[in-house]
Design a protein around this ligand. Structure first.
Ligand code: IMP
Ligand code: MG
Length: 181
């Protein structure tokens, strides 16, 4: 396993392990969407690194949209409230939508996003999440493609943050110690 870049972090998945898994997901999703390319909706901010790598692993003529949501305060505990911070720039009505999310934890954020996209009349909606924490689920949500299934640990790096820090760490790491305020 790769060395952690910081003593507050313990590497769970190195950049190489992530790249290998993203390539597999890319093949699987490309095969599933052959002939009907989706609109990829990258959920900001957390999925921006994953989405950038994943779309380059998709051999499809796709379009990319960004949806900004905020579901947490600055710490590591869910408030349960979801707020749209940046909306899509094109209608999704009649389109096949692939939501790209960083992590599904309680499922509250994804449940909100799914109801929004469905209410706007998408033809189909599927979800690709880099990480899944099934033990923390509070609402049932469908997750069609998962990078890695993890236990109840707080993860940062590869786009994921704690209080907006660590998004630029190339590996996926367990946060052993929250950053000083
Ligand atoms: P949920 O609504 O509880 O499923 O939380 C989803 C959102 O919470 C994700 O999109 C992340 O932004 C954030 N989140 C949940 N767990 C973690 C974690 O372990 N590290 C970083 N962010 C997390
Ligand atoms: Mg976050």
């Amino acid at each position: 396993m790769a060395e952690s870049p910081n003593e507050a972090l313990r590497t769970l998945y190195s950049a190489e392990m992530i790249a290998a898994r993203v390539a597999e997901l890319g093949q699987q999703i490309s095969a599933a969407y052959t002939g009907r390319p989706p609109i990829v909706v990258s959920i900001l901010k957390g999925s921006f690194v994953f989405a950038a790598d994943l779309v380059r692993a998709l051999a499809l003529p796709l379009r990319i949209e960004f949806l900004g949501v905020q579901s947490y305060g600055s710490g590591t505990v869910s408030t349960g409230a979801v707020q749209i911070t940046q909306d899509l720039t094109h209608p999704v009505e009649g389109q096949d939508i692939l939501i790209v999310e960083d992590i599904v934890d309680t499922g509250l954020t994804l449940a909100y996003i799914l109801s929004l996209i469905r209410a706007r009349g998408a033809r189909s909606v599927k979800v690709c999440a880099l990480l899944d924490k099934p033990s923390r689920r509070r609402v049932e949500v469908p997750v069609d493609y998962v990078g890695f299934t993890i236990g109840d640990v707080f993860v940062v790096g590869y786009g994921l943050d704690c209080a907006e820090l660590y998004r630029n760490v190339p590996a996926l790491c367990e946060l052993l110690q929250p950053p000083a305020p």
